[in-house]
Design a binder for this molecule. Structure first.
Ligand SMILES: [Cu+2]
Length: 173
């Protein structure tokens, strides 16, 4: 099957490219180890991290006790207008992909919980790290640690590509 063998390197390359893309995306467990719960200060949780397009949010909570509703905008978020939800998730574990740049608003759908602070506002920035909220002065010599981590991930992606090239060459000959 000579013809089939010619497709193997291509397949491996596509797979490697997909994997390196995946490696660049992060999964954020909302609320950290405490998860999606009233006891968490979600504002400070969210402010301590960067959300990029392609990243995923993971909501973990006790099914039946809490849920996840996505609100349309800032005003619904501020007033905890659960009734205007654009999306509703339940079951105890939900993954939400940040597919484009911008702000998304989430709250718990259980009556009273949003008012108790069980809500979070997530702003996703373009995957290249550029952000409209980042002042130009911060792009100076003191590079933040996130850039270093990002560079490491880029290197890993590159490494995966080289490795897959070697593997595909080995398979080809
Ligand atoms: Cu709740």
């Amino acid at each position: 099957m000579e013809v089939c063998n010619r497709f193997v390197p291509l397949l491996v390359l596509i797979l490697a490219a997909a994997l390196s893309r995946e490696a660049l995306a992060a999964k954020h467990v909302v609320g950290g180890s405490q998860g999606w719960d009233e006891s968490v200060d979600f504002d400070s949780w969210a402010s301590g991290r960067t959300f990029k397009v392609g990243d995923e949010l993971e909501f973990k909570y006790t099914a039946g006790l809490h849920s996840v509703v996505e609100l349309a905008g800032e005003s619904a978020y501020k007033s905890c207008d659960i009734g205007s939800a654009v999306d509703s998730l339940n079951g105890g574990s939900n993954t939400v992909k940040l597919s484009k740049a911008g702000t998304r608003y989430f709250a718990c759908g259980t009556p009273g919980h949003c008012e108790q602070g069980m809500k979070v506002k997530i702003t996703a920035v373009a995957a290249d790290g550029s952000s409209t909220t980042t002042p130009p002065s911060s792009k100076g010599s003191d590079a933040p640690s996130t850039s270093a981590a990002s560079a490491q991930l880029h290197f890993l992606g590159f490494f995966a590509l080289v490795a897959s090239l070697l593997v595909s060459l080995a398979l080809f000959f």
